[in-house]
Design a protein around this ligand. Structure first.
Ligand code: ZN
Length: 268
């Protein structure tokens, strides 16, 4: 898994304001290897006011622990700060394999550890977790308090995690309105052997752009690659290339471009 440069877009889907903290897209202790869980924290920051006074600490670290400490910050106003797209030092040692630094994302919500949580901040917290679960196809049960996956930690204080997870699950179940790209993909036609239309050309172009068209495929074609890309016919050669692509993507290799294959081809 590379640097998770989609995190700002995921955060925006909550409807809460988002700040992309300068440099976040390449910030991290290397890329994030995988995302199997979400860990909720409180910053234990200063007791005074301000939306997110812990930003510098979460971004840059503190004595003995280099930043970034977590991918997200959450201000008292429900404002989301996207701090890092790579791995962060937010939970070690973890008692859960799905919630270690290499397998989970961290959210550091501003709170000194005793303050009541503003409603808007709690609402944003639940929404951010729900959107992350959707993005990484996780059930709400993978959202954990730091204190649930690290016995030495108390955070986040005063949040009933069962209630919290139930709220996340309700949001996931309710589902978002399909994005416009999902609507477009749903409207794309099925393409199979024998079809002859301009959508076939699109498939050829996408396969080539994804690096799935080896030279052997078009060497014998008139005009070579150009001729291969221009053809509007779904022939046996194209179906073979589609099957290889499907296998690489872990999709059933039926050679038909339908609702499973289009999103992979278009990377949506
Ligand atoms: Zn914590």
């Amino acid at each position: 898994m590379p640097y998770l440069t989609q995190l700002a877009d995921v955060a925006r889907r909550t409807g809460h304001p988002v700040t992309e903290v300068a440099g976040w897209q390449s910030r991290g202790h290397g890329p994030q290897p995988e995302v199997k869980g979400i860990v909720c924290h409180h910053t234990a920051g200063p007791p005074g006011g301000g939306d997110y006074p812990s930003l510098a600490v979460v971004r840059d670290g503190r004595p003995g622990l280099d930043g970034p400490l977590s991918q997200f910050g959450l201000g008292r106003s429900g404002h989301i700060y996207v701090i890092a797209a790579g791995r962060c030092w937010h939970n070690a040692p973890s008692t859960s394999a799905a919630h270690a630094n290499s397998s989970s994302l961290g959210i550091e919500a501003e709170n000194d550890g005793t303050q009541p949580w503003p409603e808007v901040q709690k609402e944003a917290y639940v929404r951010l977790c729900a959107e992350l679960c959707r993005e990484f196809r996780l059930p709400a049960s993978r959202v954990k308090a730091h204190r649930e996956v690290n016995t030495a930690k108390p955070d986040p204080h005063a949040i009933d995690m069962n209630e919290f997870r139930a709220a996340v699950a309700a949001l996931i179940e309710g589902g978002p309105a399909p994005s416009w790209t999902e609507e477009i993909v749903k409207a794309l036609p099925m393409i199979r052997l024998g079809d002859d239309n301009y959508d076939v050309k699109t498939v050829r172009g996408c396969l080539f752009a994804r690096g799935h068209v080896p030279p052997a495929v078009y060497e014998a074609v008139e005009d070579g690659l150009e001729g291969w890309l221009k053809s509007t016919r779904c022939d046996d050669g194209l179906v073979d290339v589609v099957r290889l692509f499907q296998r690489d993507e872990g999709i059933s290799d039926d050679g038909i471009i339908g609702p499973k294959t289009w999103p992979s081809l278009l990377r949506v």
